[in-house]
Design a protein around this ligand. Structure first.
Ligand code: SF4
Length: 239
C-alpha cells in the first residue's frame, strides 16, 4: 500500500506544539478531509495538487529519512494534510526497528489502529474560525486508539475570542492532556502567494492578546506558543 507524500525535508526543528525545538525530519503526506479557512499547507490539502503528491512505499520513505538524517535515528514528524488518512503501520514498524521515533499531528477526524504505534500524537481539533465542525466522538475514538503508550497532547489554534472560549470549554473536558495554545497565523502563505510575508506585528499582537487572556483567567495548565518556524523562516516551505 502506498503513502501519498507531499514532501520530505529536514533535518530541521519542530516549530510548534509540545515538541517545539526538537530536531526532526518531516514527512508531509498529501490529502486532507478538512479545508480550514486559514490552512497554511493547501499544497498538501487540495485535490488540484494531487499530481504533486508522490505515492511512496514505507521502505522508500524510510530510505529518504535515513539519507536526510545521515542514518542517525531522530524524531520523524508525520504531518499533512491529514496523515491519519494514510496507511502508516509499516512505516512506523520500519522506523522503530532502526531506532527512529515518530510524532504525528492530526485534527482527530479519522481514527486508525496504528495510533498506538506512535510515540507522540498531537490532536489539534479545529476551532470555529476554521469553519470546520468538531466531532467529539471521533476525537475520543482517536484518544482511545492511542492507548496508554503513545504520549498524547492537545494543540488548539486561536484566532479570536470565539476560538478562545471554545478552547477553554474543550480543554476543561480533557484535563489529563498537556495543552498548547497557538495564535493563528494572520497571513498564511497560499499556493497563489507562496512567498507571502508573515505580518509579524499582527502575529505578535495576537500572541500578546492570548498571553493576557490566559494569565487573566489563571489558566495555568495552558502553554502559549507561537509557531517558531514562522518567526524564523517566515512562510517559507520545507524548512
Ligand atoms: S486540518 Fe490541517 S492540513 Fe487540513 S485543512 Fe485544516 S489546517 Fe489544513
Amino acid at each position: 500500500m502506498s503513502i501519498a507524500v507531499s514532501e520530505i525535508f529536514g533535518p530541521t526543528i519542530q516549530g510548534e506544539g509540545a515538541l517545539i525545538g526538537v530536531p526532526t525530519v518531516f514527512v508531509r503526506t498529501g490529502g486532507c478531509d478538512f479545508r480550514c479557512s486559514w490552512c497554511d499547507t493547501l499544497y498538501a490539502v487540495e485535490p488540484r495538487f494531487k499530481a504533486d503528491w508522490t505515492p511512496m512505499s514505507a521502505d522508500a520513505i524510510m530510505a529518504e529519512v535515513h539519507r536526510l538524517s545521515g542514518g542517525r535515528p531522530l524524531l520523524v514528524t508525520l504531518s499533512g494534510g491529514n496523515p491519519a488518512l494514510q496507511p502508516l503501520t509499516k512505516l512506523l514498524e520500519l522506523g522503530h526497528a532502526e531506532g527512529y521515533t515518530f510524532a504525528m499531528e492530526t485534527q482527530g477526524s479519522k481514527v486508525q489502529d496504528w495510533f498506538a504505534l506512535l510515540d507522540h500524537l498531537t490532536l489539534s481539533p479545529k476551532p470555529p474560525s476554521s469553519a470546520m465542525a468538531f466531532n467529539r466522538s471521533r476525537f475520543e475514538a482517536c484518544l482511545a486508539a492511542a492507548g496508554s503508550r503513545t504520549q498524547v497532547s492537545l494543540k488548539l489554534v486561536i484566532a479570536d475570542e470565539a476560538d478562545y472560549q471554545w478552547a477553554r470549554a474543550l480543554a476543561a473536558d480533557y484535563p489529563q492532556l498537556p495543552l498548547t495554545l497557538q495564535p493563528c497565523n494572520p497571513s498564511p502563505a497560499t499556493p497563489e502567494q507562496p512567498e507571502l510575508e508573515t505580518d509579524t506585528a499582527s502575529l505578535n499582537a495576537r500572541l500578546r492578546w492570548l498571553v493576557d487572556k490566559v494569565t487573566a483567567d489563571r489558566w495555568f495548565n495552558a502553554r502559549v506558543l507561537p509557531q517558531l518556524h514562522v518567526l524564523i523562516w517566515n512562510n517559507e516551505r520545507g524548512v
